[in-house]
Design a protein around this ligand. Structure first.
Ligand code: HEC
Ligand code: HEC
Length: 332
């Protein structure tokens, strides 16, 4: 996987040929998901939708990563337990298996490492791993499915996160109009959209947004040419590495399905794609797009919407008499 570190916009012209070495296009089509273990994916799907993994019994992964809305909550920052106002925008879970690491600052190395976090985060699902496991272990329908997937009657948090990660790996979005174009259907895009793609390449957006996910494969400075005034206290990658050079470096977000994943940026401050493209042009490239150029790029970005996850809504096995009960409200 290619990792580009762009220190200054001036370097972009040097970096571009590297980015394009593998193919003559900087973006590649998304391959369809291969399901190795259907029982594991089915279990992970149920867990993803199950609010009983939260203390309130009300918040599931799908509450903030709504698969009917591009895998996001479409909120500036998320709402967690007790209506807690989250510090940062929820990225999409769609195509997240392609990320070089998870979270805006990359603090989780992969999907399995990530999945345990929200369950125990007091501002998100506010449960803890022991309680989540106790809940699942008490539900006979789950015990049978864990047995089918892992061959044991004993539920563990490692199995929970492994199953959720296996489900998330299936949440890829192939067959976008842009992918059809890349695969040779030259009529898949209008002249206007193609013009947007050309601007996206020629202006240097592809130095950071490239590969199958059109992002997700490097950490980059937010505010290369001009500083970004964020409405969130998050400082990005420095929180993980402790290196000053990583201050305000964030994982470059995927632009797949970006039409659906508003609002934008780690602080959710850009309400529209038009805003986000304008800010990127000025702050990352020192370029002010005309309204017409901006609209072309936005038209191109909308061709990156692929097939959304398509499955039957999972029906969750009912709680048992011994299942610990939810605590939806703070004790008065
Ligand atoms: C209360 C809202 C909320 C809930 C519930 C929640 N998440 Fe998230 N999720 C977020 C936010 C906000 C972030 C970004 C946090 C950060 O980067 O610091 C995130 C990040 C992620 C990421 C990283 C994506 C990326 O591109 O970096 C994945 C994957 C993910 N969540 C999966 C899950 C799973 C699986 C669950 C259930 C076990 C879950 N989330 C529950 C809000 C939520
Ligand atoms: C130097 C690397 C770099 C360049 C060049 C760059 N971007 Fe970005 N892009 C980023 C980073 C990093 C973020 C996340 C910033 C944040 O959230 O604070 C981002 C975020 C975005 C987002 C918001 C996505 C989301 O889900 O929040 C859009 C849209 C976007 N870029 C489009 C563009 C376009 C269009 C161009 C060219 C005009 C461009 N970018 C150039 C690094 C770059």
């Amino acid at each position: 996987m290619m990792k580009l570190r762009i220190i200054a916009a001036a370097l972009l012209t040097v970096a571009l040929p590297l980015a394009w070495a593998a193919t003559d296009e900087p973006i590649q089509p998304i391959p369809a998901a291969k399901v190795a273990n259907p029982a594991l994916v089915e279990l992970g799907k149920k867990l993803f939708f199950d609010p009983r993994l939260s203390k309130s019994g009300f918040i599931s992964c799908n509450s903030c990563h709504n698969l009917s809305m591009g895998g996001t909550d479409n909120l500036k920052t998320s709402i967690g337990h007790n209506w807690n106002e989250g510090p940062i925008n929820a990225p999409t879970v769609l195509n997240s298996s392609m990320n070089l690491a998870q979270f805006w600052d990359g603090r989780a190395k992969d999907l399995q490492a990530q999945a345990g976090g929200p369950i125990a985060n007091p501002g998100e699902m506010a449960s803890n791993h022991a309680l989540a496991v106790e809940v699942l272990q008490s539900i006979p329908g789950y015990v049978a499915q864990f047995k089918k997937a892992f061959g044991s009657d004993k539920v563990t948090i490692e199995e929970v996160t492994k199953a959720i990660a296996a489900f998330e790996e299936t949440l890829v979005t192939p067959n976008s109009r842009f992918d059809k174009y890349l695969k040779g259907d030259k009529k898949a895009l209008s002249a206007n959209e193609l013009g947007g793609y050309k601007l996206f390449k020629d202006s240097g957006c592809v130095a950071c947004h490239n590969g199958p996910a059109v992002g997700g494969n490097s950490f980059q400075k937010m505010g290369v040419v001009e500083p970004y005034k964020a409405s969130s206290p998050a400082e990005g990658r420095v929180a993980v590495t402790g290196k000053d050079a990583d201050r305000f470096n964030f994982k470059v977000p995927t632009l797949r399905n970006v039409e659906m994943t508003y609002p934008y940026f780690h602080d959710g401050a850009a309400k529209t794609l038009t805003d986000a493209v304008d800010t990127m042009g000025r702050l990352q490239l020192g370029k002010k797009f005309s309204d017409e150029e901006n609209a072309k790029i936005v038209a191109f970005l909308k061709t990156l919407t692929g097939d959304q996850p398509d499955f039957k809504l999972p029906i969750l096995p009912p709680s048992n008499d011994k299942t610990p009960r939810p605590e939806p409200f703070a004790k008065k």
